[in-house]
Structures are given as structure tokens and as C-alpha cells.
Ligand binder design. Sequence first.
Ligand code: A3P
Length: 338
Amino acid sequence: MAAFLPISHTDNEQKCSNLMEKTSERYKETLPKLPKAKGWMTQHLVHYQGVWLTPKAALKGLMLIQDHFSPRPTDILLATFPKSGTTWLKALIFSTVNRSRYSFSGHPLLTTGPHDCFPFLDAYVYENDRCFHHLDRLPPPRLLSTHIPFTLLPTSMSCRFVYICRDPKDVLVSKWLFMNKLRPKQLPPISLEEAFELFCQGISHYGPYWDHVLGYWKASLENPEKILFLKYEDLKKEPCAVVKRLGEFTGHPFSLEEERRGVVQEIVKLCSFENLSNLEVNKTSVQKFSRDIVVDNRHFFRKGEVGDGKNYLTAEMMERLNAITAEKLHDSGLVFGY
Ligand code: A3P
């Protein structure tokens, strides 16, 4: 369950390590040539294969995944644009898939943060870039999450995906507040106006936001049995219905008997904002994603509401974002509610 397993060395791992070295060299050669823009959390973001990434973990993690990750049909990948509901969905998928293993009274989520129960693939490979064998040792179904756009993942991805998207106005505000908390003290804070302009231009981690959402949306239309596309707003409105869909999709459908016993409601309650945000582990512990990314768990729980963007953005900002969204999603069949 721990995100980072101890590293040991065998001959196979040595071979693997040599291949990783090649990717590291490619990374070192590529990085200085990439276009740069202002970063939200780091000083800069770099532009690689059409997406904006932090220059260390995100870029190198992507390259390692593209070169070496071998997905399995039993894998469940949670894919998100940052601040769209990753933490919540990690808890819901983890507790749905593992519900026969754990009782609610002694559940791992009561003492372990959602990000430790359900590791980030991107950060995991960056941290353990000497070898991918550690991932191979995780039992099926491997629950892994990623922010990588669908179109940049290796074409051999034979696993199933759950994607969650959220209204861009709430994503932008949530992201701005979160990134300013993580931004090193030596860099001046980034203003909302500046974050807004960057977001509209597509410049934010794993942005442009609209390309990210559309990539998974189109793939889900083409392959609905492989990609379950969810919206944060629907999850807020009807959590039990969405959890039942998650059960079906992940191959762990709820039986009538479980429904009668209220198992779906128990999962929703366990993973609710009120419950998770008040647990000691989520109030006081840190999440160590990699050697350079350590985040206080409490930062993943702010308000958890729909529509909070309008408490920060001006009417003009909302209008402009709505107009960009309408233009980008035009004809796609995907719409946001507010
Ligand atoms: P806000 O900043 O709008 O409150 P991510 O997990 O992708 O980083 O997204 C974080 C957002 O999800 C934050 O939104 C956070 O408060 C919200 N969130 C975290 N846990 C949640 C939960 N259990 N239920 C609803 N929202 C949750």
C-alpha cells in the first residue's frame, strides 16, 4: 500500500537501470531546448509535446512512462487534470475495489492519506527512476494515478481509466490557491490575475486544461468500456450513483445484498470531505510524492464545493473563461453546468 517500496538490486534491475539511464540522458539533452513560461509552483514550466510541465518530476516522469511503463489489463488508472477531484476519487476507488478486504471501522483510509493508498504513477517512476520492477510487484488490480494527457500516454495502454473533470473556473481557483501554498518563499506569490491569464493561454501544469479534458472525453466516447468519464459536479450531486458505476466499471459491482446493507452509503460517508478532512492523518501528515515534492495532506482539502470559483473571479473573468470553454468544447457534446 505504501507509495514507495524499498529498492534492492538484482541482475534484471541492473539491466533495467541501464535503460533508465538512456531516458535520463535524453531528458538532460531535451530540457535546455524546451520553450519556457512562468510557473505557478516552480519558477518555470516547460513545453513538451504540446503540454506544459514542471521541468523535473513531471517532464522526467512523462519520459520514463513513455519509454518504460508496461500497463496490465487489470490496472486501473485514475487520470485527472490537477485540482479536479483526484484525492476524493482515489479514496472512492480504493475503498470500492478493496471493500471485501477492510472493515469500515479499521479502514486504512482512517490512518493513511488517499495519496499513499493510491500512488501517483508519474511521481513514483520519477522517484524510483533506477527501476520499474517495484511497480511490477504491486498486486492486481494496481491502482495508479496520473495527470498525463491521454494522447501522450504510450499507445500500448491496455488498462482501464477513470477520468474526472471539473468546471474550469473552480479548477483555476483551486489550483491558484493550492500552488501559492506550495510556491517556494523565495519566489513572489502569483496573483489571481496573473494565474488567470496563464490559465487562459493554456499555461498551467498539464495544460492546456481544455486539451486535457477533450483528450479523455473523445477517448471515452470511442472506448466507453475502457474509459469511465466522470464530472466532479455529478459526484457531488449523486455520489451513491457514481460509486455504483465505479463498482461496475472496475469489475467490483455491488450486489443487491450489499446495497441493502448500505455499503455504497458507507463508502460515500468514509470518503466524504467532512470525514476525510477531519482525520488526524489528513490534518497533520505530509505526503511525500518524490524527493522534491512534499505536500501537507491538509492542502488537498480546502472547501470541496461546486461554484466556489465565482467567489474569487470577477464577472468579466467568468465570462471570458465560459467563452473559451464554449469555443473549445464546441461540438464535442461535453458541457459544464455553471
Ligand atoms: P477546492 O480547492 O475547490 O476545495 P485534487 O484532489 O485533484 O487536488 O483536487 C482538490 C480539490 O478537491 C479541492 O477543491 C479539494 O477541497 C477537493 N476535495 C478533496 N477531497 C474531497 C472530498 N472528499 N470531497 C469533495 N471534494 C474534495
